[in-house]
Design a protein around this ligand. Structure first.
Ligand code: TRP
Length: 336
């Protein structure tokens, strides 16, 4: 608890579109957990952003709550970090409005994630989708965060966050906002591929190709035994095709280095049996996921504990956001 005001500020969030999977865990959550030691952290559930796809009220709440539960189960600590729902911070929406006044249609239309969404869903090109980057900028800048742990796919959004911060600062001749940087998983980046042989693990590759933190052991075993492989190497030390490389990537994520070496050696000598590899991978995966799943069940069943954490997170996040919005309103010219 020393010098917390000197620490750099970290902020990140995950959109509640379903249960978290192994890709989220290695790509984001594990990194969030580590950052708590060094930074003043704000982690939220992006339950305003999720409205772009029009969830039902029940879906909205259940999904948002489940992300919060999974944050806590993975080790985010409400004592050290500020953990909250984005929708508990209306100050973000006010800042979003201010940024939108200086965000231009052309630049928003050129954003890759927007163009992808338009292509996938031509019937739902709403203004919220278009202004996704200004809301994200508001999420980050409402706390004046300087570091944002996100995946590669969010780098363009971070670049826009800097644009909006810079534009605001120069427009009002002030240094209200810092220019935040995206930070990837430092060093030990583990690639988590889908089980179907191509692409990264995630909802877009389908449920059967994705291991969720809430998957029961029998489900994990079944998914892994069905993972794509091939008929085996035909030459010594042959380069691994993508689907086999993927199985090894998963093994690297959850198994001991000796296990990886053991199968690597068998592969190089053309003696590998993929059934054995998958069985081992399934057991190591279960050993990795099962304690997390148990924690998720435990945290999720403590309604009162969750309520306290939600209230405390809201209070801490609002204190930080109030400071920023007060300053911003003043700089813009509001004197009321
Ligand atoms: N756009 C992010 C994603 O899809 C989620 C997000 C919303 C976010 N607001 C943020 C991430 C602010 C970091 C900071 O993954």
């Amino acid at each position: 608890m020393t010098d917390t005001n000197k620490r750099e500020i970290v902020c990140s969030g995950i959109r509640p579109t379903g249960n978290l999977h192994l890709g989220n865990y290695f790509g984001a959550l594990r990194n969030f957990v580590k950052m708590q030691d060094e930074y003043d952290c704000f982690f939220f559930v992006a339950d305003y952003h999720s409205l772009t796809t029009h969830p039902t009220p029940d879906n909205l709440y259940q999904n948002a709550r489940q992300i919060l539960v999974q944050y806590l189960a993975a080790g985010l600590d409400p004592e050290r970090s500020t953990i909250y729902f984005q929708s508990d911070l209306p100050q973000t929406v006010e800042l979003y409005l201010f940024f939108n006044m200086n965000a231009y249609l052309g630049e928003l239309e050129r954003v890759t994630s927007f163009k992808d969404k338009v292509r996938q869903n031509p019937n739902n090109v709403n203004a919220g989708l278009l202004t996704y980057p200004t809301l994200m900028a508001a999420d980050i800048l409402i706390h004046k965060a300087t570091r944002v742990p996100v995946g590669k796919d969010q780098e363009q959004h971070l670049e826009m966050t800097r644009t909006y911060a810079q534009r605001f600062n120069s427009m009002y001749g002030s240094e209200v906002f810092p220019l935040p940087q995206a930070v990837g998983s430092s060093g030990n980046l583990v690639k988590i591929p889908a089980l179907n042989g191509s692409g990264k693990m995630g909802k877009s590759e389908g449920e059967a190709s994705t291991i969720f933190l809430t998957d029961e052991p029998s489900v994990i075993r079944k998914k892994i035994m069905k993972a794509k492989s091939d008929s085996g190497p035909t030459e010594m030390n042959q380069k691994k095709p993508e689907e086999i490389e993927n199985l090894f990537s998963l093994l690297k994520a959850v198994s001991k280095p000796e296990t990886v070496e053991y199968f690597d050696d068998l592969y190089n000598r053309c003696q590998i049996r993929y059934g054995d590899l998958k069985k081992q991978l399934a057991e190591d995966m279960v050993a990795f996921v099962e304690p997390l799943r148990q924690r998720i069940l435990e945290v999720g069943s403590d309604e009162e504990g969750l309520r306290r954490i939600i209230d405390r997170g809201k209070e801490k996040a609002r204190a930080s956001a109030d400071r920023t919005i007060h300053e911003v309103r003043h700089v813009i010219g509001y004197r009321n």
